[in-house]
Write a protein of this length. Structure first.
Length: 544
């Protein structure tokens, strides 16, 4: 018969028990052992072997080895702690049942294996503390076989999500132990082989049971307590790959061996964030070549880390003699294909800032709308990057920071140059290119199209010819012969004009008094005149 003491932390009653029952039972509990100096107590903690967390509502019973066969029990509280009081001095056996019990009224199937501790010494008026137990769950197992093309595959880790794992043997077989009862997602991943760095042993993709590619779509396996769920087999699929060659960035490129190159997936989760641990790496061989495999159908950023690893007597030594760089674009991989030609030229790390050995060169078309381009120039001390600035008459042109520049109308008549700044970890320095003069086109010239007189008005039509607008002042001069001498006299008031390139305009002018007289005198013959003035091509005509 079990006798419960009130020294245990307050247990939880099941929902089916009425509050009246709880209150009645609590009222019947005796006083604590601390108030009875002739008796002792045992206390401790019950935890899970797998999670290390406290186990609540588990019975812990103490039986005196050379006394009454009656058990004195307590129930663990929320944190797994218990205390059994009102014990006579002597040696006890403490039994951790593994059951979930509510005041010994309701006890459920044991979720944990029980454990017994013997010869626990209890002294009068004292608490024997730290009588603890770590109970092992009554878990199940999962077993199966891993194959590829029907052949067994070894070194594949079969894992329950968030739980234990097992590695397939030479026959492709595995057994995962300590699997909690209930649904379980099982993943299959080729083990890493670690030499200079850790890489996959074989080019197979990580998958979930029955060929699923992610945890979200995984087919769950049902696990029962103390049973083995068999036949959880998996056929592995070949992965894609990225390959290339890495050399030094120099006039005579040399292959770089032992350089770490990594492919980082750009795949995202449901929330749009990058998925963690989705990266595969490889080292370049003696020819500077690398192949990163076991890649899924994603886009990948290729990171040429600049880290080179070699094996020394003392172990693997890795250092970073080169500047880190990335492939210019995300590489799309479709298994089982290999994307080749992802190469890199690496700059050496230096402690000195860049120094120009040859100035940048500026070239291009110097008309409005034409394109100018600026080279990087040549530099010592391995620049890691370049920035550009464009100058007009020595002053910076706002917003122009690319390596190319489109000539603007504001540049006409000015000298344009570019300034290149090279930088590395040690600092930065700049160099300015040659200048290009942006010519200002000559003003256009207005040509006479026609001239006619109507009453006291003269209409003259001009068209602008040339690469720029025409502007000036128009004059109409009559030829007058006085005493055998030819003179020119204005017959209209001069007028200013502006005409766009290729456009025409008709100017209407009023005859002066002298002009009207000359035209009247000329009659049908008219008056010989010259169309002249600033911005106008001189032209002879007859007005009548």
């Amino acid at each position: 018969m079990r006798r419960y003491t009130n020294e245990s932390p307050a247990p939880r009653t099941p929902r089916m028990l009425m509050a009246v029952v709880v209150l009645a039972l609590c009222a019947l509990l005796p006083a604590t052992a601390a108030a009875i100096p002739t008796e002792g107590a045992i206390s401790g903690e019950v935890t899970s072997h797998r999670t290390k967390a406290g186990i609540e509502l588990t019975d812990v019973c103490a039986t005196q080895e050379f006394g009454s066969a009656e058990e004195t029990c307590a129930t663990t509280g929320l944190d797994g702690e218990y205390i059994i009081g009102r014990l006579q001095p002597g040696e006890y056996t403490v039994d951790f049942t593994g059951e979930e019990c509510y005041f010994d009224v309701y006890c459920f199937e044991e979720s944990f294996f029980h454990e017994t501790k013997a010869k626990i010494d209890v002294k009068a008026g004292a608490i024997t503390a730290d009588v603890n137990a770590e109970l092992k769950e009554k878990d199940g197992e999962i077993s199966g076989k891993v194959t590829a093309g029907g052949a067994p595959v070894a070194h594949v880790q079969a894992c329950v999500d968030g739980g234990s794992c097992s590695t397939s043997n030479a026959s492709g077989e595995y057994t995962i132990e300590d699997v909690p009862p209930g649904p379980a997602a099982v993943s299959f991943t080729v083990e890493d082989e670690c030499k200079l760095i850790c890489t996959r042993r074989a080019n197979y993709l990580t998958s979930y049971y029955s060929g699923q590619s992610s945890l979200n779509t995984a087919n769950l396996v049902t696990v029962e307590s103390e049973k083995t769920t068999t036949g959880v087999d998996e056929e592995m699929r070949a992965g894609g790959a990225i390959s290339g060659k890495v050399t030094t960035a120099s006039a005579s490129p040399q292959a770089i061996a032992g350089l770490e190159v990594c492919a980082v997936s750009t795949a995202t989760n449901k929330e749009g964030a990058r998925e963690d641990n989705n990266e595969e790496c490889a080292l370049t061989n003696s020819s500077g070549e690398y192949t990163i495999d076991a890649l899924g159908a994603h886009g990948y950023e290729v990171d040429f880390t600049g880290v080179a690893c070699v094996e020394e007597k003392s172990g693997v030594e890795c250092r970073q003699p080169y500047v880190t760089q990335y492939a210019p674009e995300v590489v799309a991989v479709t298994p089982p294909s290999t994307v080749s030609g992802i190469d890199a030229s690496m700059l050496e790390v230096t402690s000195a800032k860049p120094a120009a050995t040859a100035a940048p060169v500026l070239a291009g078309t110097t008309t409005v709308g034409g394109m100018l381009s600026c080279s990087q120039g040549s530099w010592a001390n391995n620049p890691a990057g370049f920035t550009y600035r464009w100058l007009r008459g020595g002053a910076a042109i706002a917003g122009q920071t690319a390596s190319t520049y489109t000539v603007q109308s504001a540049d006409l008549g000015s000298a344009v140059a570019c300034e290149v700044t090279a930088a590395n970890a040690a600092g930065s320095s700049g160099a300015t290119s040659n200048t290009l003069q942006i010519p200002k086109p000559a003003p256009g010239v207005a040509l006479l199209i026609k001239a006619e007189v109507k009453g006291s008005s003269v209409s003259i039509t001009l068209r602008c010819s040339g690469a720029s607008a025409c502007s000036g002042e128009l004059e109409v001069l009559a030829r007058v012969v006085v005493h055998k001498h030819t003179t020119h006299s204005s017959i209209v008031a001069p007028v200013r004009f502006t005409i766009g390139v290729g456009q025409s305009v008709t100017l209407r002018l009023h005859l002066t008094g002298k002009g009207r007289k000359l035209l009247a005198k000329g009659g049908r013959k008219g008056v010989a005149v010259q169309i002249a003035g600033a911005g106008v091509k001189r032209h002879s005509s007859v007005l009548k």
